[in-house]
Unconditional design. Structure first.
Length: 68
């Protein structure tokens, strides 16, 4: 399913940075076009369903919490 998202693009030194305004995702490229293409790919990855590559193992940690 396609969604339309807004992005801004600006130049920093020799690279262009593209940042999505609705989601905290950004990317860069050698040109404005490449930066937007890379941002599109990054957003597709951002919205992919997570897939575990191994079974997570629960661990126990200790935390010092001071009462206020």
């Amino acid at each position: 399913m396609k969604h339309k998202l807004k992005a801004v693009v600006w130049q920093e030194d020799n690279l262009y940075v593209a940042q999505c305004l609705e989601v905290d995702v950004a990317s860069q490229g050698q040109s404005e076009k490449e930066a937007l293409k890379n941002l599109s790919e990054a957003l597709e990855l951002h919205f992919e369903e997570p897939r575990a590559t191994c079974v997570p193992k629960p661990v126990t940690i200790e935390v010092n919490i001071s009462a206020a």
